[in-house]
Design a protein around this ligand. Structure first.
Ligand code: PLP
Length: 386
């Protein structure tokens, strides 16, 4: 099917852009010696896992379900355990920990309580040579402004162990440390965070086998200082003789997806005319409201920048289900198709059927003339959850 023929609403994964991101990440791996993992919370459209697996070391999961998905789908067919499965969760369920320890090869605990509570389960897997255990730390070094909900170093954060709560010696069995503090950031905040981490937690660095620098690194963005990152990784590896992991989510599928929508109606208001779309911020791109942010839209400008400005909204009944105000060179008509860009990340993994809204299908674009629907959703997907 051609791009123009896809029935809307539909998420389209741009395979060549995804592969280009993976190539860049592989180059960083090769030049620095770091191991890069796909953070599935950002992107888990698993039909693309075989492609991503050609380039990356493995995946990281936010719990049992993502770990299972990686275990089932990320390995080369018939070659289980050729890729690494990491997992971090603030608290692991007693009913799930055994399965998590069987699937994962790296598990990261968020507190000494959790580590000790599950000791029996993880020690068994460690003794069988199947698992390595780490602790998430909180370097208490905030580098973000504005998005407090995405700042694990914000005051009162539950994510990671503060230095004042760390024991003098690492608990028996702990082989790694982890921090995740960034969100959509360049190299400099990582450099500064590592320095803060090293100042506080440095005494443990000689005692561990691996360090995970988390996600939030926009490594595949054109202006990212990749040489700086490579130098930092080389420095850490050479100084402390440890394995280094990065677990970005966004960087893997950045600018590698679209959400195509159709204009269903146009409603006049005392302000801009409102386009009623067959997609929704609340249901299909919740980060637009949560973060909040303005998704890029093909062939459009800021409000009043071009001749025709519209408010883009949805067919849900939520008054605030507004995507933003956009302007166009030409008048927009009912039936026109609009293309939101950068829609592969934190979209499919977060969508919902509020208002009984249908979920957009998922397509993979091999090239403009060859789009393949990999998931189709209907009424049953709404009903089964309720
Ligand atoms: C522990 C952890 N690792 C990795 C990531 C991936 O971050 P990003 O998609 O911003 O690169 C997140 C995102 O919240 C996270 O919480």
């Amino acid at each position: 099917m051609r791009f123009e023929e896809l029935k809307t609403p539909v998420y389209v994964i741009d395979e060549s852009r995804l592969e280009e991101n993976c190539r860049i990440l592989k180059e960083v791996q090769d030049k620095s010696g770091a191991k890069i993992l796909l953070a599935q919370k950002a992107f888990s459209a698993y039909s693309t896992y075989p492609l991503i697996a050609k380039y990356l070391t493995g995946t990281t999961a936010s719990g049992l379900f993502e770990a299972k998905l990686a275990y089932e789908e990320f390995h080369e067919a018939g070659k289980k355990n050729d890729k690494e499965v990491h997992v971090f969760e603030p608290a692991f369920n007693d009913d799930e920990i055994e399965e998590v320890c069987n699937i994962a090869d790296h598990i990261v605990f968020n507190s000494i309580n959790q580590l000790e509570h599950h000791r029996k389960a993880w020690e068994k897997a460690v003794n069988e040579g199947k698992l390595s255990v780490g602790l998430r730390t909180n370097p208490e070094f905030s580098t973000q402004e504005g998005h407090e909900i995405y700042d694990p170093c914000a005051p009162g954060s539950r994510l990671g162990i503060r230095f004042c709560d760390m024991p003098e010696e690492l608990p028996k069995g702990v082989e790694g440390l982890h921090f995740h503090t960034l969100c959509e950031q360049g190299f400099e905040p990582l450099r500064d965070t590592f320095k803060a981490f090293e100042d506080r937690f440095g005494k443990y660095l000689g005692k561990i086998k691996w360090l995970n620098l988390g996600g939030g690194h926009h490594i595949t963005r054109a202006d990212y200082d990749r040489d700086g990152l490579i130098e930092l990784i080389k420095y850490i590896k050479a100084t402390y003789s440890i394995d280094l992991y990065l677990e970005p989510g966004e960087a893997i599928a950045l600018d590698a997806g679209y959400l195509i929508t159709t204009v269903m109606d146009i409603v006049n208001t005392e302000k801009y005319p409102v386009l009623i779309l067959d997609t929704s911020a609340a249901c299909h791109m919740p980060d637009v409201l949560e973060m909040p942010y303005r998704p890029p839209l093909r062939h459009s400008g800021e409000a009043d920048e071009k001749s025709y400005t519209y408010r883009l909204s949805s067919r849900t009944c939520l008054a605030g289900d507004v995507i933003g105000d956009y302007s166009f060179d030409k008048e927009v008509n009912i039936g026109d198709r609009l293309v939101f860009e950068d829609m592969a990340i934190y979209s499919m993994v977060k969508n919902n059927t509020f208002n009984g809204m249908p979920l957009p299908d998922i397509a993979v674009m091999h090239d403009e003339d060859r789009c393949e629907i990999v998931k189709h959703f209907d009424y049953s997907d709404f009903k089964m959850r309720l």
